[in-house]
Design a protein around this ligand. Structure first.
Ligand SMILES: Cc1cc2nc3c(=O)[nH]c(=O)nc-3n(C[C@H](O)[C@H](O)[C@H](O)COP(=O)(O)O)c2cc1C
Length: 104
């Protein structure tokens, strides 16, 4: 098959990726308001793309002053952390590796 290397495993540091498809960080601004909380819509979005071997999240502010755009999902309040756990669980259940891209 042509392009079969794309669909073969590769090691990335300590991780073995199931293929070489990568989702880059893409600002989607779909967090729940108020509070910039990761939600089910985001779990669906990332879950739909978990066929990729490696995914980078949208920029995620680690404190309120780190927010660059409206409605980006933070990871500094307890509600935000719980929201991200849902998203991460969805992706991990589907076998992709997920790296958080942080805004500061
Ligand atoms: C935090 C963050 C958010 C990004 N958001 C977007 C986005 O919303 N749309 C977009 O086209 N690229 C976005 N980018 C850039 C893409 O991730 C990607 O690097 C860009 O599309 C260039 O891809 P290429 O290197 O394959 O040409 C973002 C990058 C970062 C670091």
């Amino acid at each position: 098959m042509k392009n079969e290397a794309l669909f073969s495993e590769i090691n990335l540091g300590p991780y073995t990726l199931k293929n070489r498809v990568v989702l880059p960080p893409l600002t989607r601004s779909r967090s729940t308001q108020p509070g910039n909380i990761a939600n089910d819509l985001m779990a669906d979005y990332y879950g739909q793309r978990a066929g990729a071997g490696f995914m980078v999240t949208e920029g995620t502010q680690i404190e309120p002053r780190g927010q660059g755009y409206a409605w980006t999902p933070g990871i500094h309040s307890q509600d935000q952390i719980e929201g991200w756990k849902k998203v991460t669980r969805e992706v991990h259940d589907k076998g992709a590796l997920f790296l958080r891209s942080f805004g500061m």
